[in-house]
Ligand binder design. Structure first.
Ligand SMILES: [Zn+2]
Ligand SMILES: [Zn+2]
Length: 322
C-alpha cells in the first residue's frame, strides 16, 4: 500500500463512520408522542442521555403533540431491526478498514520509533497523519501548521488590511501600525473580507479531534495541555489546544526529518515548549524503560539531547500534579 491508498482508505473509514453514527441515531429505542393526526415525535431516547428540549418534554408530560397540539399519547417505539443490523454491519466494515490502515501504519518508522509510544494516537489518527506527511513535502513546520489552518495571518484592526503569513514585528502596509496575528477562521474571514480561507477547514477540524484524543488519553501530551490550560485560565485565553496541536505537529515534522536524515531547525519550537525551552518529541513510557525503546535507539540517542534530562522531563510530566 502506498500513502495515497492509505489516504483513500482513511476517507472511506470516515465516510462509513459518519453514516454509522447517523444510522445509530435512527436505531435507538425511544419514547414517542403519537397523535390522532398521524404525527410521531421522539421525546426521549431510551438508555441514552436525551438531547431533546425542555419544551418538548413538557408537552410530553401534558400529552400534547408538538406539531398540531392535539391530544397525544406517549408510547415506546422500537425501530425496525434491519436498521440495527446494518449499524452492526457498518461497525464490522469499520474494523476491517482500521485493520487495513494498521497494516500500513505498523511498517512506517514514524509509528515504530515514536507514535506507537504516544497515548491517544491509534492506527486511524496515525493513518491520517502519515497520509498527509508521506504525500507532501513540508519544508518548514510552519508549512505543516498552515496546512492545518493553525498558522496565523497578520491583520490590521484599524484599516482591515491583511498579510499572509504573520511574521513577528510585521507592520500594516497602509497605516504602518503593528499587525496582529489571527488564525484564519470563518469569523476572521468575514471580518477581513478574505474570501477563501486558504486551506480546507476539515483539516483543522480533524486536527482538533486528534488533539482532543491526546488530551482525553491523559498521557504526556495531555499533561502539557493541562499546564497550558492553567495559563489560559489565568490570562482569560483559549489557546491551549492550538498550542498542543502545533507542538505535536512540530514533533511529527521533527521525527520525520530525523528519520530521513534531514536537518531540523530548532528555534521555531521554543515558544511551544515548557519553561521556554526546546521540548523534544514526547513518549508515554515508564522513565526507567525509556532507554529500552525504539524511540531511544533510533531517535533520542542521535538527537544530541541529554538522555537524563529527557528522562527527567518525562518523569516530571508523569507526576499527577498539574
Ligand atoms: Zn399531531
Ligand atoms: Zn492599518
Amino acid at each position: 500500500m502506498n500513502p495515497y491508498e492509505l489516504d483513500q482508505i482513511f476517507r472511506t473509514y470516515i465516510d462509513i463512520q459518519n453514516q454509522r453514527k447517523e444510522l445509530e441515531n435512527r436505531a435507538y429505542d425511544r419514547k414517542v408522542l403519537v397523535c390522532a393526526n398521524g404525527h410521531m415525535v421522539t421525546v426521549e431516547k431510551i438508555g441514552v442521555k436525551s438531547p431533546f428540549s425542555k419544551k418538548r418534554k413538557r408537552l410530553a408530560s401534558l400529552e400534547l403533540c408538538p406539531i398540531c397540539m392535539a391530544k397525544a399519547e406517549v408510547r415506546e417505539y422500537r425501530p425496525p431491526k434491519i436498521i440495527k443490523d446494518i449499524v452492526a454491519e457498518l461497525k464490522e466494515q469499520e474494523k476491517k478498514l482500521v485493520a487495513a490502515m494498521f497494516e500500513y501504519v505498523k511498517d512506517d518508522p514514524i509509528w515504530q520509533f515514536w507514535l506507537q509510544y504516544v497515548k491517544g494516537i491509534g492506527p486511524t489518527h496515525a493513518a491520517y497523519l502519515l497520509s498527509v506527511i508521506r504525500t507532501k513535502d513540508f519544508e518548514y513546520p510552519t508549512k505543516l501548521w498552515a496546512y492545518f489552518g493553525l498558522y496565523p495571518i497578520a491583520v490590521c484592526e484599524d484599516c482591515k488590511a491583511v498579510q499572509k503569513p504573520y511574521r513577528h514585528g510585521i507592520t500594516c502596509p497602509k497605516c504602518g501600525k503593528p499587525m496582529k496575528p489571527k488564525l484564519p477562521t470563518k469569523v476572521v474571514s468575514k471580518m477581513y473580507n478574505l474570501g477563501t480561507l486558504g486551506f480546507d477547514p476539515t483539516r483543522r477540524a480533524r486536527m482538533y479531534v486528534i488533539t482532543m484524543s491526546l488530551v482525553m488519553a491523559g498521557g504526556v501530551y495531555g499533561r502539557v495541555f493541562s499546564r497550558w490550560l492553567i495559563e489560559d485560565k489565568a490570562n482569560n485565553k483559549r489557546t491551549a489546544w492550538v498550542r498542543l496541536a502545533k507542538l505535536f505537529l512540530a514533533h511529527l515534522y521533527e521525527v520525520d526529518r530525523r528519520i530521513r536524515g534531514l536537518p531540523v531547525p530548532k528555534p521555531y519550537m521554543i515558544e511551544y515548549g515548557l519553561h521556554n525551552e526546546y521540548i523534544p518529541p514526547l513518549i508515554d513510557e515508564k522513565p526507567e524503560l525509556i532507554t529500552k525503546t525504539q524511540f531511544y535507539e533510533k531517535l533520542l540517542s542521535n538527537m544530541h539531547y541529554d538522555v537524563e534530562k529527557y528522562i527527567g522531563l518525562i518523569r516530571e510530566l508523569s507526576e499527577k500534579k498539574a
